[in-house]
Every structure is written in structure tokens, then in C-alpha cells.
Design a protein around this ligand. Structure first.
Ligand code: NAD
Ligand code: UDP
Length: 350
């Protein structure tokens, strides 16, 4: 069976780590990315780590002509679709940009895939589609609702994929709902490189540790949780990357034994199943790195939920995948990347 995979958004944080895991698993990858939130330097470093030059095409998923050229000159098994914008606050300020990039871009990709008869897709969804969960841990049948354009764009794509699967049963569509990805490759060569001041907790902590930011604001200490701070399911990006390999392998196996009915549209959580509070993460980071993280408690951040953690049993049952790395390893690897690269990839476009 074919083993060539198009990786949209493959120069980004999760995509770059997944490229390594895919290569190690024997997949042949082509990265397609417009570099709107990443750099050629990431591609260069991934190439160094795998010991060969990654096939990279600079292009936009909204560009049907360019995508058509890519599909006509490569015989893909399927697509892993990371490309998307991911800032909640930016999406509130620029909703049209988010719907255009994330929703219209995905529609264009799906249209080109259909044109070339490539109907296997793994899509980057998010735990944000669960909104404020009614029950914990959150399983895949929990109700979905979102309160910001970023989340709505993920939910919209899920609905589109569901409808597509109903319309034509030759599509095999997996939506991986990530919980909170953190950490970095153990080499310290690649990691998360936010453009501005980080919105997310772990990069904020690591930038305080490295001296780029003065102190962490902890958004709320009056939640009904063990210590009053928010609880999340942090998952190491290396585990997440392996989850994509497992999803692709599952797709392949189901197709080989002709059990496509079990796929169609398949949402799967990728989380550890464990909740960790903001304070617990800060304390573990300090224990592991020896770096004190000055912090202050501030008001809750609008739109935040108290607790969010996955039921990870569907991924284990169907994909044979489970997260292995601990919070300690997540902190260690984040710090290894941040301390070796205080300015991230530093040159955004070279
Ligand atoms: P990232 O920004 O590091 O990577 C996304 C990549 O997509 C970037 O390299 C960017 O340049 C590229 N891209 C964006 N728009 C594009 C377009 N129109 N055409 C081509 N390339 C485009 O983000 P990430 O953290 O690696 O996230 C990957 C995916 O996972 C995103 O879809 C994101 O929404 C989703 N996700 C991320 C998280 C998280 O916390 N990091 C959580 C849940 C879901
Ligand atoms: N958080 C915080 N300070 C920050 C960033 C985040 O206290 O500077 C908290 C946030 O309120 C939430 C948790 O850390 O409880 C995880 O937030 P993040 O933005 O990383 O991920 P989210 O789950 O919101 O997508």
C-alpha cells in the first residue's frame, strides 16, 4: 500500500515533531506550509534530525492550483492536516481570517483531495470543541459547543467532515482532538516558538524561566479544584506525534481488511487522561529545572473552564496508543528546548 503522506502545516510545532515520528515509522512525507507561523529553520532542523532532506513545499491550503500541482505530482496515501491558525484571542479580533484560513482552507484541501481520489485524512481538532464540559473525564460522545471563532472553526470542520462521510462512504476521516500539547523533542533542537508573548501556559512559564518575561499571571485561584487553579490534561508533543502515526496505521489496517465502516468520521481524544493544575505544573517545572517562577494570581481569563481532561480509552482501544511521558518529562524537555534556544528559531524567514 502507498505510504506517502502530505503533511499540511508540517513546519509548525506539532507538525514538525510528527514529521520525525512519521519518518521513523517508515512513512514518506511531503510538508506543505505557508510559513505564516513557522520557519524554514524548523524544516532544516527536522531534516538534520532525520538525516535526510525533508520534501518541503511553501504553499497555502487556500491555493487550489498549487495544491492541485502537489497532488498531481505525488501519489499520496492520505493527508495529515495540521495547517491552521490557533490563537483564541486573535480569532476574536479577526474572525473572518480564522474562518477563511481554517474552514475555507480545509474545504479547498478536501475538494482537491476529492478531485485526485485521495480520501484518507487525519485532522487536527481540539478539546476546545467540548466547551465547558458537563462531565469529566471527557469522552468523545460529550456534547460539543464553542464560544470563540477559533473553536467554532474546529467545530465547523468536524461538521463538514461528518457530512462528507455521510455523502460518500469512500472517505476515511479521523479527527484527533488534542488536549494541551507541551514539551519538545529530546534533542532540544525543535520546540514551540510563539510569535509574540505566549498565550499558553507552558511557553509562558518557560519564557519566565529563561528571563524573557518577568512573572507569570495565574488566571484565577478560585476555581472548584484541588488548589483553586485551573486543571488541564497536558500531553507531551512526542506522545501526540506517536498518536498520529497510530491513527494512520489504524486507517491503513482498516482499509486493508476492508472495514472502512469503522472509520468514516472518527473523532478520537489524544490526552493522557490525567488532570494537572496550573500550580502543580509551575511547581513541577521549578523542581525539575531549579528555576523559580515568580507568579501572581489575577482574575480568571474570560472563556476559561475550570477543569478539562480526557477519557483516553478510545485511543487505547482503537489505535493501541496511550501517552507515556510524564509531567516531569514535559517540563524537562520544554526547558531543554527553551534554554538552548532562548529566542526560538530566531530567524522567522531565511
Ligand atoms: P502551529 O502554528 O505551530 O502550526 C500550524 C502550521 O500551519 C504553521 O506552520 C503555519 O505556518 C501553517 N499554516 C497556517 N495556515 C496555513 C495555510 N493557510 N496554508 C498552509 N499552512 C498554514 O500550530 P500547532 O500548535 O502545531 O498546531 C497544529 C494544529 O493543531 C492546528 O490546526 C491547531 O489548531 C491544532 N491544535 C493545536 C493545539 C495546541 O495547543 N498547539 C491544540 C489543539 C489543536
Ligand atoms: N493560564 C494561566 N496563565 C497564563 C496562561 C494560561 O494561568 O499565562 C492557565 C489558563 O487559565 C488555563 C491553563 O493555564 O487554566 C491552560 O491554559 P492554556 O492557554 O495553556 O490552554 P487552554 O486549555 O486554555 O487552551
Amino acid at each position: 500500500m502507498k505510504n506517502k503522506i502530505l503533511v499540511t502545516g508540517g513546519a509548525g510545532y506539532i507538525g514538525s515533531h510528527t514529521c520525525i515520528a512519521l519518518h521513523e515509522a517508515g512513512y514518506d512525507i511531503v510538508v506543505y506550509d505557508n510559513l505564516s507561523n513557522s520557519s524554514r529553520e524548523a524544516i532544516r532542523r527536522v531534516s538534520n534530525l532525520i538525516g535526510e532532506s525533508i520534501k518541503f513545499i511553501e504553499g497555502d491550503i487556500r491555493d487550489d492550483e498549487m495544491l492541485g500541482q502537489v497532488f498531481s505530482s505525488n501519489d499520496f496515501f492520505g493527508v495529515i492536516h495540521f495547517a491552521g491558525l490557533k490563537s483564541v484571542s486573535e480569532s476574536v479580533a479577526e474572525p473572518l481570517l480564522y474562518y477563511d484560513n481554517n474552514v475555507s482552507g480545509t474545504i479547498t484541501l478536501l475538494e482537491v483531495m476529492a478531485e485526485y481520489g485521495i480520501k484518507n485524512l487525519v485532522f487536527s481538532s481540539s478539546a476546545t470543541v467540548y466547551g465547558d464540559p458537563e462531565t469529566l473525564p471527557i469522552d468523545e460522545s460529550s456534547p460539543r459547543s464553542c464560544t470563540n471563532p477559533y473553536g467554532q472553526s474546529k467545530l465547523a470542520v468536524e461538521y463538514i467532515l461528518e457530512d462528507l462521510a455521510v455523502s460518500d462512504n469512500s472517505w476515511n476521516l479521523i479527527a484527533l482532538r488534542y488536549f494541551n500539547p507541551v514539551g519538545a523533542h529530546s534533542s532540544g533542537q525543535i520546540g514551540e516558538d510563539p510569535n509574540d508573548i505566549p498565550n499558553n501556559l507552558m511557553p509562558y512559564i518557560s519564557q519566565v524561566a529563561v528571563g524573557k518575561l518577568e512573572k507569570l499571571s495565574i488566571f484565577g485561584n478560585d476555581y472548584r479544584t484541588i488548589d483553586g487553579t485551573g486543571i488541564r490534561d497536558f500531553i507531551h508533543v512526542i506522545d501526540l506525534a506517536q498518536g498520529h502515526v497510530a491513527a494512520l496505521n489504524y486507517l491503513k489496517n482498516q482499509i486493508i481488511i476492508n472495514k472502512r465502516d469503522s472509520i468514516r468520521f472518527l473523532p478520537i481524544n489524544l490526552g493522557t487522561g490525567n488532570g494537572t493544575s496550573v500550580l502543580e505544573l509551575v511547581n513541577t517545572f521549578t523542581e525539575v529545572t531549579g528555576k523559580a517562577i515568580p507568579y501572581q494570581f489575577t482574575d480568571r481569563r474570560k472563556g476559561d473552564v475550570a477543569s478539562c481532561y480526557a477519557s483516553a480509552s478510545k485511543a487505547k482501544f482503537l489505535l493501541g496508543w496511550e501517552a507515556k511521558l510524564s509531567i516531569t518529562e514535559m517540563c524537562q524537555d520544554t526547558w531543554n528546548w527553551q534554554s538552548n534556544n532562548p529566542n526560538g528559531y530566531s530567524v522567522k524567514d531565511i
